[in-house]
Design a protein around this ligand. Structure first.
Ligand code: AMP
Ligand code: ZN
Length: 110
């Protein structure tokens, strides 16, 4: 069995508040939200980070992101973040896109 946290969430071995699911992707609430709505969008198949993201999987993630943005009413604006590697702030090494919305988001990030 995979020891990867997000593989376990994708396999429903660990509970999560799922807001979107299709054959290729899953989106759920971040357990430590940094915005009023803070979701994580993952590919179901394990992938360490965005550097290994193949075009077909990227297309599925983009389609899911568009669907979520519509369903979750991100019309006031939102941010997509893929922390990558140690200096990029990545702590879970299964690719995930943070989808943040519901407040003015500062720039640049710390
Ligand atoms: P990152 O630091 O970019 O790798 O993001 C990992 C994110 O996963 C963090 O924002 C955590 O709050 C979130 N996280 C960790 N464990 C869980 C969990 N069991 N369910 C939902 N989100 C989680
Ligand atoms: Zn994984």
């Amino acid at each position: 069995m995979s020891e990867c946290l997000f593989c376990k969430i994708a396999a429903k071995q660990i509970p999560a508040k799922v807001v979107y699911e299709d054959d290729y992707t899953l989106a759920f609430y971040d357990i430590n939200p940094q915005a009023p709505k803070h979701l994580l969008l993952i590919p179901k198949l394990h992938l360490e980070n965005i550097l290994g993201l193949a075009d077909d999987t990227a297309a599925h993630m983009l389609a899911a992101m568009r669907c979520i943005a519509s369903e979750q009413d991100f019309s006031q604006g939102f941010r997509v973040v893929a922390n990558t590697g140690e200096q990029g702030g990545q702590t879970v090494y299964h690719l995930h896109w943070h989808l943040l919305s519901g407040r003015h988001l500062g720039w640049p990030p710390g």
